[in-house]
Each structure stands twice: as C-alpha cells, then as structure tokens.
Design a protein around this ligand. Structure first.
Ligand code: C5P
Length: 233
C-alpha cells in the first residue's frame, strides 16, 4: 500500500474527479472536513468505489459515548484510517476503538490515529491559553504515549517528531506526517516543512502531501517520484 497520502483539498467535486481521473491505479487519499462537510459521505463512498484508500481526517473530539457511536458509523464507510484528538483523553480514545470494532466490515476496522498538538498551536498559546505547562515536544510525546496505551494505531505528527515518537511508542506505532514540500517548492502557508527524503530518513510511516502533488504540472509523475522515495528506492 502507498505511503504517500494525497490531501484532496479541492473545493469542487469536479476538481476531485479530474484529479483522480489522471491516476490509472488506486492511490491513498486524505479527505478532510472541507470536502466532507460540502458533499457529505457520498463523496467518500464514490472515491472508495473507485478503489482508492482513504484517510478520513475528521478529528473527532467529544464525550466517549458520542465518539464511540460516531466511529461505528465511520467504520461502516470502510475507510482505511480515521482520527481524533488525543486531548479528548484515554476514555474517549478507548471508546473510539470500541466503536470502530463494532462497525468493522468483515472484521477489519479502520486504523485510528490521534492528533497530538495541532502544529498551528504555538508554545505560548499552549502554555497561556490552553494552560498546558511544559514544552510542545513533551506534550506531543505524552499524548502519543497516551494514544498508544489507549489502543490507537498511531499519530499525526510533524516530521521532526517522528523519530522521538517511535523511540517512546515503538517502531510499529504509525507516524503520519504532513508539512511536506519538494526541495524547490514554495512553502505556501506551512511554517516548518521537510522533503520526502528527510521524512523517509526520519522513519515516517506515511506522509500527507497536498499542493506539491495537486498543483504540480504532472501530478502523476510527482506522486510516483515521492512514493519511490518513501519506498526507499
Ligand atoms: O498542501 P499541503 O501539502 O500543505 O497540505 C497538507 C495537508 O495536511 C492539508 O490537508 C492540511 O490540512 C493537513 N495538515 C497539515 N498540518 C497539520 C495537520 C494537517 O498540513 N499539522
């Protein structure tokens, strides 16, 4: 299975279809709140029916019972990966896994990964607004460990955190990392970016790549180039 997840951050269904039509084989895509809230779960079913793998990035965060029931419904969509906020706590994360198991199709539940601290949260905002003491790095590692102990399969994290997370949580614990740019790309609104090669060297299991692929002159060729790097070729 591909290690490159393409972020389908498009605002129209037509743009999504045109983009996917370029690929002859199934790829891994990330579908977030923007597409889901605009077009509903039909778009997920459609993309699934084309054979693509799906990371459904809806970042759940609610009381355990609600998250459990929501996850049961997401599992029924037969997506490959779902996620939630580790800040919801271990009871919520355990409930999420229960829900996914209940909704699993043919006994196979989606993988569940946790968002630790959003990369948009600064050290100052974390300490002063959220009233979480210590460094962002410590908080990320603590949340990753909590996610692992709650039965989750991995975390969304920065490339720069992947190595430390594997050291604390083990190499089997998945690290899924956005903020990827090719060496000569623009950074756009991303602050700290890394190349696919660096992500590979840091042991990232999956990378999430949006604009470097979706706005490339040849998206298919760029996707394959990046995937070859992630496969260590
Ligand atoms: O276009 P680009 O490669 O920057 O897109 C990255 C994708 O990963 C977007 O869908 C963005 O919302 C998501 N993401 C991120 N940074 C995070 C979490 C998610 O860029 N910390």
């Amino acid at each position: 299975m591909s290690k490159t997840m393409v972020a389908l951050d498009f605002s129209s269904r037509e743009d999504v279809s045109n983009f996917l039509a370029q690929f002859k084989e199934p790829i891994y895509v990330k579908i977030g709140m923007e597409l889901t809230y605009a077009f509903g779960f039909d778009i997920i079913r459609e993309i699934k029916a084309m054979g693509h793998h799906i990371f459904l990035d809806l970042k759940l965060h609610d009381i355990p019972n609600t998250v459990k029931k929501a996850m049961k419904n997401l599992a029924r969509l037969d997506v490959d990966v779902v996620n939630l906020h580790a800040a919801g706590g271990s009871a919520m994360m355990k409930a999420a896994i229960e829900g996914l198991n209940e909704g699993a199709i043919n006994g196979k539940r989606p993988l569940c990964i946790a968002v630790t601290q959003l990369t948009s949260t600064s050290q100052e905002a974390m300490n002063e607004e959220l009233k979480i003491a210590g460094s962002v790095q410590d908080c990320v590692l603590h949340y990753a460990k909590l996610a692992k102990d709650s039965g989750l399969d991995g975390v969304v994290c920065s490339v720069h955190e992947a190595k430390a997370i594997h050291e604390v949580c083990g190499s089997e614990f998945l690290t899924v990392t956005p903020g990827i740019r090719l060496a000569d790309d623009s950074k756009d609104d991303q602050k700290r970016v890394a190349t696919p090669q660096y992500a590979y060297e840091q042991g990232c299991d999956y990378i999430v790549v949006g604009r470097s692929i979706t706005t490339a002159q040849d998206s298919v060729a760029t996707y394959h180039e990046i995937e070859a790097v992630m496969e260590g070729k």
